[in-house]
Design a binder for this molecule. Structure first.
Ligand SMILES: Cc1cc2nc3c(=O)[nH]c(=O)nc-3n(C[C@H](O)[C@H](O)[C@H](O)COP(=O)(O)OP(=O)(O)OC[C@H]3O[C@@H](n4cnc5c(N)ncnc54)[C@H](O)[C@@H]3O)c2cc1C
Length: 355
């Protein structure tokens, strides 16, 4: 298990190259020469005068950054806990801590350990080295699982929720190591873990961390310090080359990108889940909308226990030439049956409400 400082330090090492531009931008547009000069001056501050602060569960030397803070110089004392100030000013935008002038350090802040470790590419050392097939699959799987959580939307849609539930379900059902899968099925039932937390990106990263820790505990590995900052430093990586359209680039350049596949229509996770062939037939968002509406009507007809043969007939006809009129008719019929259903349980519902 990496210590807070080493994980942060090495994560920062990865981010170092990528933050060059952002750092240069923070000199207020006065040019990189000024920026370099200021950095040069600040780097001469003796170690004893450095400002080492706590943010979240990690520690940073920010003596080179206090004057460069884009909102004006910040007033801090060595040893301050800046967590409340950071959260109030930037929320959980932990990525802001990844810049040249903010150096992850150990708890005492005065050692150079953090600076040395900063140079390491922590991902190259992710997990143990080598090992059995079970360990290699495990390590790579965890990396993917944590990375998916790190990039999960802050405000997930229904499709995002369905997708992440499906992903975790697939692990429980299909994880390639039979023994691990058997254990995982029980770990996923653990009341302490609870159902997949997917109200936000942070909730999901913490939930996955908790799941990983349950596995760690069961196989006798050390537990990881689950906190959002630590997890983001480890797994929330930017990938410039993964951008679909970069700034100043034309959409038409898309075919030059690695792995380009010609576009044949929109993506819709929920429709794909219901029927991949129907999604493949949709050429536009309007098609997707119409197809989903028809699929929904057929599903409702199934729930009304129409005979299988009739369902098949309706399914075919609703996609044929008279499909639109048939869909309207079906919709009305389903609305009527819904009303009958509601009337039937009205009195029971009223009784339940009184209780
Ligand atoms: C779903 C699943 C179930 C598994 N079940 C079993 C099993 O039943 N029996 C078995 O022997 N092996 C199981 N494994 C494999 C096992 O979890 C390890 O992946 C494997 O033993 C290799 O261990 P490692 O030391 O490389 O670290 P890993 O556990 O693979 O972790 C990789 C790296 O992730 C980081 N990390 C550790 N814990 C956390 C955490 N909680 N949150 C975030 N990051 C963390 C650490 O930096 C660590 O080095 C399972 C793997 C998966 C994905």
């Amino acid at each position: 298990m990496p210590t807070t400082a080493s994980a942060s330090a090495s994560a920062s090492g990865v981010a170092k190259k990528k933050t060059k531009k952002a750092s240069a931008a923070s000199d207020g547009g006065s040019g990189s020469a000024t920026h370099e000069a200021v950095r040069g001056l600040l780097s001469k501050i003796p170690i004893a005068d450095r400002k080492s602060v706590k943010i979240g569960d990690a520690h940073f030397d920010i003596s080179q950054f206090v004057e460069l803070h884009p909102g004006g110089a910040i007033d801090v004392e060595d040893g301050d806990d800046l967590t409340p100030r950071f959260l109030a000013a930037h929320g959980k935008d932990w990525g802001l801590l990844r810049r040249d002038e903010i150096v992850p350090v150990t708890k005492d802040g005065k050692t150079e350990t953090g600076r040395k470790k900063e140079e390491e590419h922590h991902l190259a050392n992710y997990g143990g080295k080598g090992g059995s097939w079970r360990e290699i699959v495990g390590r790579h799987s965890w990396f993917l699982i944590h990375s998916i959580a790190a990039k999960f939307p802050e405000y997930p849609t229904e499709a995002d929720r369905v997708a992440i539930t499906g992903f975790i379900t697939a692990l429980g059902q299909l994880y390639p190591c039979k023994l691990c899968r058997k254990h995982l099925q029980q770990q996923l039932r653990d009341p302490e873990l609870g159902p997949v937390a997917m109200d936000s990106r942070t909730d999901l990263t913490m939930w996955i961390c908790k799941l990983h820790n349950i596995v760690n505990k069961d196989i006798g590995k050390p537990l990881f310090n689950c906190n959002p900052l630590e997890l983001d430093l480890m797994y929330l990586k930017n990938c410039g080359e993964c951008e679909v359209v970069k700034k100043g680039e034309k959409e038409t350049d898309a075919s030059a990108k690695s792995g380009f596949h010609p576009t044949s229509g929109p993506w819709d996770a929920l429709l794909y889940l219901q029927d991949p062939l129907l999604l493949a037939a949709a050429k536009s968002s309007t098609d997707v909308f119409e197809i989903k509406r028809k699929v929904g009507l057929i599903e409702a007809a199934k729930k009304l226990r129409l005979p299988k043969k009739q369902i098949e007939l309706l399914n075919k006809a609703i996609r044929g030439p008279g499909g639109k009129a048939l869909a309207s008719k079906l919709q009305k019929a389903i609305a009527k049956s819904s009303k009958v259903f509601k009337d039937e349980i009205k009195s029971d519902l009223a009784k339940l409400k009184k209780k």
